[in-house]
Write a protein that binds this ligand. Structure first.
Ligand code: GLN
Length: 310
């Protein structure tokens, strides 16, 4: 693989092409997100050697939203055995919207941890394991995987979603009805919304992707922050379910694991090569940034990055 600097001209061209795309709309169902400048656009790539390319508004902080689901699932995989987790959440793609009011699979559990129902079930397990320390433990793991000392929650976005998130509240009550939550609905939702409100930049996302592609080790350190088994599982689910009802087309066209969020962030990673972070607040009806999708598609095509590339 070329060092990141050698791919810079290609990446610059892709950035300019994606900049011309203005499809999609800024998310408004979380009122605080509605005020974001729709024209912001940032792209960062971090190689497994830690070298980073940054283009556009890479200093802009945004909330992780559903990208946080990758990390809450990783946290649960670090602390629970497979059998216990599988009682609460499966690993099958839903083919439905990310906030579909739960459809349980034939084992009576949410289909996967990348959609809201599954992530809410996972969040409940984090509370059961860490009790009052659940938020601190989550933020510690988020920070170490992002290669930072600490991360912070955007309280305005958190409150905005906590006050208005009735659809997620409905999902959580249904989960509770099916005995898939052990803790009070409001407590689980509060932690779930806090996870979604963790602030990041595209360069943080690229570092996170690089940590994943570097077998759980941030590029700048030798410290293993996630078990290899955890990564193998998280990445498998990201590959098959990370882009929701676009997941099949994504694997076909792009061919490496990714996760999007309704704030407009897209995290992706190319095994053993690089992590990629894109941010553009306009999202499509599946909750993913069209610019983020295009960037990844072009990177895959032009640099031959599909995991099954011939
Ligand atoms: N916080 C958002 C929600 O629960 C996350 C959804 C997303 O990013 N796809 O609705």
């Amino acid at each position: 693989m070329n060092p990141v600097s050698n791919i810079e001209p290609t990446v610059r061209e892709i950035f300019e092409l994606a900049l011309k795309l203005d499809e999609g709309k800024v998310t408004t169902y979380i009122p605080e997100l509605a005020g974001v400048d729709p024209d912001l656009f940032a792209l960062s790539i971090c190689g497994t050697d830690g070298r980073t390319l940054n283009m556009g508004d890479t200093g802009h902080m945004f909330t992780m939203q559903s990208i946080s689901k990758v990390l809450s699932y990783a946290l649960v995989l670090e602390y629970y055995d497979d059998e216990t987790i599988m009682e609460r959440v499966g690993v099958e793609a839903t083919g439905e919207d990310f906030d579909s009011i739960i459809k349980l699979d034939h084992h009576k559990r949410p289909f996967n941890p990348m959609v809201n129902a599954g992530a809410i079930a996972v969040t409940d397990m984090i509370i059961s394991r860490f009790k009052d320390e659940a938020l601190v433990k989550s933020l510690d793991l988020f920070a170490s995987v992002l290669g930072k000392n600490e991360v912070s929650v955007d309280e305005a976005v958190f409150m905005s979603e906590y006050r208005t998130g009735e659809r997620n509240r409905a999902i959580a009550h249904l989960l509770k009805n099916f005995s898939l939550l052990d803790n009070p609905v409001e407590e689980v939702l509060a932690l779930y919304f806090k996870h979604c409100s963790v602030q990041i930049t595209t360069s943080d996302l690229a570092c996170l992707g690089a940590t994943f592609s570097n077998k759980g080790c941030p590029a700048s350190s030798v410290r293993q922050v996630l078990k290899r088994e955890t990564l193998q599982k998280v990445l498998s689910v990201m590959l098959t379910c990370g882009m929701y009802n676009y997941a099949g087309q994504w694997v076909y066209d792009v061919g490496f694991p990714a996760k999007s969020g309704v704030s407009g962030g897209v995290l992706s990673m190319v095994p053993d090569k690089m992590g990629v972070g894109v941010f553009s607040p306009r999202v499509d009806d599946k909750g993913s940034s069209p610019r983020g999708v295009l960037v990844n598609k072009l990177l895959s095509e032009r640099l031959n990055l599909h995991i099954f590339a011939c």
